[in-house]
Design a protein around this ligand. Structure first.
Ligand code: MN
Length: 433
């Protein structure tokens, strides 16, 4: 488990003034990794966010300002860097912190090199930070699982008998993970209208969000080899915001007995900056008490959860104000990311650099802390009033949904940026009817 080190020092300041603004999401204690291109070009480059700038890691590496065992920042994703493992992630973070900080660790000649490698975030476009190898989506918020179970099976059978023993998940689609800002096309599919025996085909009518965190796996594990909780924890490179877009009407018709398929396969949005697990070390907290005690391979002792504040908002097309749908916190998750990863590997599944694990919808215990419209409007029975006076049960065409996340305290704020997507109308399907 990563310990506190000089990169977490709350007193640390950067010579880049915008990083010292208390409202900045990217102070020198954050240093999240992403992939950007100068606006209008397709020249994709790994970078680190600092204040309102991006530090171009390819330039730093090629000019020898940042040393790595071999070139890892010359590609269009962070996978090569992630495969170096936790010691080198940590050394690189320390080097970047020294380079960007005021004080004797940042001699002027190196600072000149760093200044030449800065690109304004305003002049950059963001891309997927990693080549996503596999995407697995968990279901690890007890409050969310209880709400959904109550809606569909009644309060007495809300949690399935396995839920308190296994971090439940399904294997999703890595290929439809997109970066924040990518428009989302309303999916087509089969649904069975209430009261009808026969399915219909058409556009999804109950389109929803799922407010989640995504874990980016850094270090791989070989096929056939289980990993312990401690090993799993050290394999995690960092975290992104994740919106697991969901077609509820398609989901309820298709999901038995194998779980979600088309209802989730059309898109998953992630935020562009990976906040490293090391940066989050000061925000580690213990999770809820697990009762019954999990089987030995899932037992953890220590602070495996993270205090990350989260919110989701909806802004209808042509309006000025977004309406907050919910506020919640990642710290309440029943199963930790390390437990999810240990469980994922226990049967022999090799984990790969660039694997993405969704936490599952993150819901708190209050209605306004639930991370989906399904729960927020109680399956569409309690419409939500928006700022512009209109109402929503589920998402309408033209709506822009945004997730936001940050950790705060110790004198600074670690921002995750946003995961945003506008919903476009379904593609014309007359010829298919
Ligand atoms: Mn999900």
């Amino acid at each position: 488990m990563s310990k506190l080190n000089p990169t977490h020092n709350p007193e640390l300041k950067s010579w880049l003034e915008s990083a010292n603004d208390p409202s900045s999401e990217f102070p020198i204690q954050n240093l999240p990794f992403g992939v950007f291109s100068p606006r209008g070009s397709r020249d994709l480059r790994p970078g680190v966010a600092i204040g309102d700038q991006i530090l171009d890691l390819r330039t730093l590496e090629s000019e020898g300002v940042l040393s790595t065992p071999y070139p890892v920042f010359d590609g269009a994703s962070l996978n090569d860097f992630l495969s170096l493992g936790p010691n080198l992630w940590s050394e690189t973070r320390r080097a970047l912190s020294d380079l960007l900080s005021t004080g004797e660790n940042s001699p002027e000649v190196r600072r000149d090199g760093a200044e030449r490698a800065l690109v304004s975030q305003r002049d950059a476009e963001m891309h997927l930070p990693v080549e996503v190898r596999g995407f697995t989506d968990f279901y690890s918020s007890r409050e969310h699982a209880t709400n959904v179970g109550t809606m569909f099976r009644g309060a007495d059978n809300a949690l399935m008998p396995n839920w308190l023993h296994i971090p439940i998940a399904y294997n999703g689609r890595a290929g439809s993970v997109v970066v924040s800002g990518t428009p989302i096309r309303r999916p087509l599919g089969q649904t069975r209208p209430p009261g009808s025996d026969a399915p219909r085909f058409g556009a999804c009518r109950r389109l929803d969000i799922e407010l989640e965190m995504g874990v980016v796996v850094g270090s791989p594990s070989p096929m056939g080899k289980p990993v312990t909780i401690a090993e799993a924890d050290s394999m995690i490179f960092g975290y992104v915001l994740l919106n697991d877009w969901s077609a509820r009407d398609i989901q309820v018709w298709e999901y038995q007995p194998l779980g979600p398929f088309q209802a989730k396969a059309f898109a998953t949005t992630i935020s562009p900056w990976i906040v490293t697990q090391e940066a989050l070390a000061p925000f580690r907290v213990s999770g809820p008490v697990q009762n019954p005690v999990p089987l030995p391979y899932l037992r953890q002792d220590g602070d495996f959860n993270f205090d990350i504040q989260l919110s989701a908002s909806l802004q209808p097309e042509g309006t000025r104000d977004a309406t907050t749908l919910c506020r919640t916190n990642f710290r309440h998750m029943y199963w930790s990311s390390a437990q999810q990863l240990a469980h994922h590997a226990i049967g022999g599944c090799g984990m790969q650099t660039g694997d993405l694990l969704g936490s599952g919808t993150i819901s708190g215990s209050e209605r306004n802390s639930t991370g989906s419209l399904l729960e927020r409007t109680w399956n569409g029975t309690e419409p939500l009033k928006l700022q512009d006076g209109s109402e929503r049960t589920f998402i309408e065409d033209g709506d822009t949904l945004a997730l936001c996340g940050w950790s705060e305290g110790h004198g600074y704020r670690l921002g995750f940026g946003t995961a945003v997507g506008e919903v476009l109308p379904a593609i014309g399907h007359d010829w298919l009817d």
